[in-house]
Design a protein around this ligand. Structure first.
Ligand code: AHR
Length: 546
């Protein structure tokens, strides 16, 4: 089912990078002259894509466009929650500008309350009229007011139209605490906990679509061995029940176990332990998903800046981000051994770019800017998830607002949408669309020692049957002229949007929010083929009318 994503041999003048610098400079000069004197076609060559709409693949689950919102820095407090008495327009304490922006990208699910925070979260401290003031030792050691708790989270989801992905505390909690939380959330029967929920303003049971059983239990979640975690998993899976009458059959809550966090051998052993046990599980426990975390960081601690970088850092980060393909392939293969029917989803519930904190910010708040590079990075990862749609059925970018690779940045009353936000907006037609195979020779973008596929593409038919194509031109210097041959479709017209910017590190700011925003792009239809010219360092999404 997978499309080809194979770099061709390097074929342009830049392949001479290993040559002595004088020769390289001459070649570059010649290439620049040629590029200036001729059309983009000669500078970039025409790349052929063939889309076979008669061979539909699996559904691209809309949950791969999920978000992650942890009690971390200004992710929740200020990012989502300003309180009902704030001067910032809000509904029951939840800021209206953020809700409106998130509705614009149809967020399917939000993972909450962490992250590492989840394994120190005690839900009772965040309900009722009297909230406990606690600490957030993981993230800056700041005060946690618990004013955003269970009811506020569910209200927020209701306002944006997303489903709940609740991460329960396995590290420092108990199965009883988690079981009572789920009873409080979901039972329709008049238990003491249900009455307490009603007294706190919500008599009707809530729906919890997804349950994360621990977070990074091999590290911040308790540094457990695979076998120790497995015994915990069985207990939590058994006792933490969803009682909502509407969630007993097809809509049942899906349980997600902690999975691997990188490529090291210890995570192979971890994955095998969980998947082997899952294969042989008894009636009393089960899982529906295995989580995977992978950040684009290069090396720990993070050392790449999120602003003020050049082409080298652009190419390096994109090289690192493409390792997602290897990870997904590797863990899918292990899962295939124990679960060939793909009943258990691979849930990439923490991914994205992790850079150095912005100067002057609390390093524990993980504040970073978001540039055109992040938009390209997001598109490449979403494409990987789409190509693995049969196994990867959920993913949550880290994190939704003000933390790491965010959709939205705020500063008190100000709000700006990031380049990554616009990728999620452009990819809306891919939510629950049917994957359509694309074959292409990706070409090669070369920078110094780094060689990357120059172009990436995915196609899908949306729920109304319309064909969509998303194409990324990774090359920051050369346009790419694309010619698309279609099987199973006779194109009449094609149009779409492209996201690019003057520089690889271009950003949107509160004062200049429109530096990196999608612009209309025209595509030509001639002789049954669609042609589109991609600007350098751009992501383009087009629809093809038949
Ligand atoms: O997203 C920030 C942190 O990264 C999360 O809390 C943790 O799960 C991961 O290590």
């Amino acid at each position: 089912m997978r499309s080809s994503f194979v770099p061709a041999s390097c074929r342009n003048a830049l392949s001479a990078n290993a040559a002595p610098s004088l020769l390289r400079a001459s070649i570059l000069l010649l290439a620049m002259v040629a590029s200036a004197a001729t059309s983009p076609k000669l500078a970039g060559q025409t790349l052929q894509l063939s889309v076979d709409a008669s061979q539909p693949g699996p559904k691209i689950n809309r949950n791969i466009f999920g978000q992650f919102a942890e009690h971390l820095g200004h992710g929740i407090y200020e990012g989502v929650w300003v309180g009902p008495d704030s001067n910032i327009p809000n509904t029951r304490g939840i800021r209206s500008d953020v809700v409106s922006a998130l509705k614009g990208i149809k967020v399917p699910n939000v993972r909450w309350p962490g992250g590492c925070f989840a394994d120190e979260y005690h839900w009772r401290k965040g309900i009722g009229p009297q909230r406990f003031t606690t600490l957030n030792p993981n993230w800056g050691g700041v005060i946690e007011p618990n004013s955003f708790g269970t009811h506020e989270f569910m209200d927020f989801l209701d306002q944006i139209g997303a489903e709940a992905y609740v991460s329960i505390n396995v590290g420092s909690g108990t199965p009883q605490e988690a079981a009572e939380w789920l009873e409080y959330l979901t039972t329709a029967q008049p238990t003491t906990l249900a009455k307490e929920r009603g007294a706190n303003g919500h008599p009707a049971p809530y729906q919890v679509a997804y349950l994360g059983i621990g977070n990074e239990s091999w590290d911040c979640g308790g540094n457990m061995s695979p076998d120790y975690y497995l015994s915990q998993l069985k207990m939590y899976s058994r006792f933490v029940r969803n009682f909502n009458p509407a969630q007993q059959e097809k809509q049942q809550m899906l349980k997600i176990a902690v999975g691997p966090g990188g490529a090291e051998p210890r995570w192979t052993a971890w994955t095998e332990t969980i998947m082997k046990a899952s294969q042989n599980h008894t009636w009393s426990w089960d899982i529906n998903g295995l989580s995977m975390h992978s950040y684009t960081v290069g090396h720990w601690p993070p050392s790449f800046a999120s602003t003020g970088f050049g082409e080298t850092e652009y190419a390096q980060i994109l090289k690192y981000t493409l390792e997602m393909e290897d990870l997904v392939t590797k863990y899918s293969a292990i899962m295939d051994q124990y679960d060939p029917q793909k009943k258990v989803a691979l849930v990439v519930d923490e991914w994205g770019a992790w850079y150095t904190p912005l100067p002057g910010t609390n390093p524990g708040f993980l504040v970073q800017q978001n540039s055109l590079r992040d938009a390209v990075l997001a598109a490449l990862n979403l494409n990987i998830f789409a190509r693995h749609a049969e196994r990867v059925r959920m993913a949550n970018i880290a994190q939704m607002i003000n933390v790491l690779q965010a959709m939205i940045l705020t500063d008190n009353a100000k709000m700006v949408l990031t380049p990554t936000y616009y990728i999620y907006k452009m990819y809306l037609p891919f939510q629950d669309a049917t994957f359509v195979p694309v074959k292409f020779d990706a070409g090669t973008y070369t920078h110094g020692e780094i060689r990357l596929p120059r172009v990436d593409a995915v196609a899908a038919k949306d729920t109304a049957g319309k064909l969509w194509l998303a194409i990324t031109n990774v090359d920051p210097n050369q346009p790419a002229e694309i010619e698309v041959t279609l099987a199973g479709v006779t194109p009449k017209s094609a149009a779409g949007e492209t996201l690019t910017a003057p520089k690889v590190d271009s950003i949107n700011t509160f004062d200049s929010p429109n530096t990196v925003v999608p612009k209309p792009v025209t595509a030509k239809v001639d002789g049954g083929k669609v042609s589109v010219n991609l600007t350098p360092k751009s992501v383009t999404v087009i629809s093809i009318e038949q």
